[in-house]
Ligand binder design. Structure first.
Ligand SMILES: NC(=O)c1ccc[n+]([C@@H]2O[C@H](COP(=O)([O-])OP(=O)(O)OC[C@H]3O[C@@H](n4cnc5c(N)ncnc54)[C@H](O)[C@@H]3O)[C@@H](O)[C@H]2O)c1
Length: 352
């Protein structure tokens, strides 16, 4: 299995490391528009062939499958020619920056008849998969209510580097650079996380954004206007009438990268914390519910999206990861949330 990696920045290292662990998978090529970055990455991971564009790599053609790890706004334009060339594609999230492009990618993948996957990484959390399994088996009865959050704090601390001087963080703060802010970057993960476990589609969403002053007076650093949302709160209705909240932020001081889901049904409750990926908190059964008694359940390890992608390309049996259709479904929810946030404007008058 010969893999081409397109976009060789920060996240591409995780892809390269994951593929190296899968027997029979070989990293044969890399593509990046930054020659120096590409050369460093190729040397680090022992990649023999490098290209300045997807088109050059396609002309060479000696690869079977692709990881697309370019910034969000390039996912669609770089994936379409790869699909047309008959290559299997694992694309980073969000699948595209809006649903229309995501749906174009779904159609093109179906036409090409290739394996397609979107890297919603947190599907690899054992507790999340166990929670989904319990919900499917009816353990919590009818889902009624949920609370989910994705908390980061990289705008308040430098654990992952100084955002104000790093292009890889600055593009995430600028709509002109194709970012949809916290909504697009981490909202995509937590919307998938919550609705996948609930096993229900979203029928309605309302949303609010906050954008903080980060570089006054113009909120601009070099070519980057810092205009994307930093914090997002959403309310969602699911197909069975269940209601829940999903929030995401880059300013949750004290949390580097924490996802949490609490899901409540007529017969029980489940709580997943990404900091404890191998254990699930459950309150199940009439007696436990009456006493509000929670237990911790150990969860068996699950395979990564990378391993699932390779298994699918090889035609092997086993669980599949999220595909482009799922990526487009989540993107539709994010687009609706963005629309809702734009329509704010109600002023509440409070009498002294
Ligand atoms: N699944 C996850 O948990 C997760 C985590 C981090 C990032 N990501 C996603 O991965 C993607 C990349 O993020 P990153 O942090 O690596 O960004 P990055 O900016 O560090 O790297 C992106 C690389 O793509 C290159 N590039 C830009 N346009 C290109 C093009 N047309 N063709 C080839 N290369 C091109 C850039 O030069 C850069 O080297 C984003 O979509 C991001 O949302 C996902």
């Amino acid at each position: 299995m010969r893999i081409l990696i397109v976009g060789t920045g920060g996240m591409a290292n995780s892809h390269a490391q994951a593929y190296k662990k899968i027997p029979g998978v070989e990293l044969v090529g890399g593509v990046d528009v930054r020659a120096e970055q590409l050369a460093t990455f190729a040397e680090k991971h022992g990649i023999p062939h490098t290209f300045a564009s997807v088109e050059e790599a396609i002309a060479w053609g000696q690869f079977d499958a692709v990881s697309n790890v370019t910034p969000d706004r390039f996912h669609c334009s770089t994936t379409l020619p790869l699909l047309a060339a008959g290559k299997h594609v694992l694309c980073e999230k969000p699948l595209a920056t809006h649903a229309a492009d995501a749906l174009k990618m779904v159609e093109a993948a179906a036409k090409a008849g290739v394996v397609n996957a979107v890297n919603l990484t947190y599907r690899g959390i054992a507790a999340m998969q166990k929670a989904a399994e319990l919900v499917r088996a009816g353990a919590i009865g009818e889902v009624r209510f949920f609370e989910a959050s994705y908390l980061q704090s990289w705008l308040h601390q430098p654990a992952w580097g100084e955002w104000s001087t790093s292009p890889e963080w600055l593009w995430r703060l600028s709509t002109a650079h194709g970012s949809k802010g916290a909504l697009g970057d981490i909202g995509v993960h937590i919307v998938d996380f919550a609705t996948y476990v609930a096993g229900l589609g979203v029928t309605d969403v309302s949303c609010r954004f906050a954008v903080y002053d980060k570089a006054p007076p113009e909120n601009k650093i070099g070519e980057y206007t810092l205009d994307t949302n930093d914090s997002v709160t959403m309310q969602l209705s699911l197909a069975n009438g269940a209601l829940g909240t999903i929030s995401q932020t880059r300013v949750a001081s004290g949390h580097h990268n924490d996802l949490r889901l609490a899901l409540y049904g007529t017969k029980g409750g489940l709580e997943v914390f990404s900091q404890k990926p191998d254990t699930l908190r459950v309150c199940l059964g009439a007696d436990a519910l009456k006493k509000a008694e929670w237990q911790t359940v150990e969860c068996p390890a699950v395979t990564t999206n990378y391993a699932r992608f390779i298994a699918a390309v090889r035609g092997e049996a086993g669980p599949r990861g999220p595909d482009f259709a799922r990526g487009a479904e989540v993107q539709t929810v994010l687009d609706a949330a963005e629309e809702s946030a734009k329509q704010r404007g109600l002023t509440v008058e409070i009498d002294d």
